[in-house]
Design a protein around this ligand. Structure first.
Ligand code: ITT
Length: 210
């Protein structure tokens, strides 16, 4: 059976990923199943670079060392994701988790986004969530994919579900923000749902990674 370590420190991501991979005949582990390690510096300029960097780092720091104790090879999946707003030149982009500083609240971040968008009254409010995923085993990237969901920045935050920037991501086909959508609705169309469903299909075609 495959053993997959989901390498994220973000509880919102982990909850979504566990739902999507839950049906796989694989042992799904998280960083909480291992002794704590420092987080890597996300120095990449693209989501793809950062996903690779995180997966390679956690594979070396966590999974490779722990494989004997877990009865065989482990593989590590990491993803880098964020919100890209066209009128703001792609911001917050790969800085989404650190926009206005790592301790800024999401309401503060939303206010700043609305303030910056107000400087471009006629500009489109188009935006997208991007999720780049990398799967690593034994120090090599063995699978990569990227999921994207397109939407618009809402006029005001709405909804209590999801996490992060979901309350300001209006998804036109639903007529609601992704924080107003159910978990199932977000997973069906979302960037993370797309990327991790492709990973699930790939893993299903390779019953045991060895
Ligand atoms: P890990 O690196 O440990 O996985 P992180 O939160 O630091 O956790 P990222 O660097 O990939 O991860 O930053 C992703 C940020 O993008 C996340 O913290 C949110 O602010 C935002 N984001 C990503 N996916 C999102 C989603 O589905 N809904 C809302 N916001 C999202």
């Amino acid at each position: 059976m495959n053993r997959v370590v989901i390498a994220t420190t973000n509880p919102g991501k982990l909850r979504e990923i566990r739902r999507i991979l839950g049906h796989l005949p694989a042992a799904i582990l998280s960083l909480r199943d291992f002794p704590p390690v420092a987080e890597p510096d996300e120095t990449g300029v693209t989501f793809e670079e950062n996903a690779r960097l995180k997966a390679l780092y956690y594979d070396a720091a966590v999974a490779s060392a722990a494989a004997p104790a877990h009865g065989g090879p482990l593989c590590t999946v990491a993803e880098d994701s964020g919100l890209v707003i066209d009128a703001l030149g792609g911001a917050p982009g790969v800085q989404s988790a650190r926009f206005l500083g790592p301790d800024a609240s999401y309401p503060e971040r939303f206010e700043e986004i609305f303030r910056r968008l107000a400087a471009y009254p006629g500009a489109p409010r188009t935006a997208r969530f991007v999720c780049a995923l990398a799967l690593v085993q034994g120090g090599s990237v063995i699978f990569e994919t990227t999921g994207v969901v397109e939407g618009d920045i809402a006029a005001a935050p709405r909804g209590e579900r999801g996490f992060g920037y979901d309350p300001i991501m209006y998804f036109p086909p639903y007529g609601r923000t992704l924080a107003e959508a159910t978990d199932e609705e977000k997973e069906r169309v979302g960037h993370r749902g797309q990327a991790f469903r492709r990973l699930a299909q790939w893993l299903e075609g390779r019953p045991v990674i060895s």
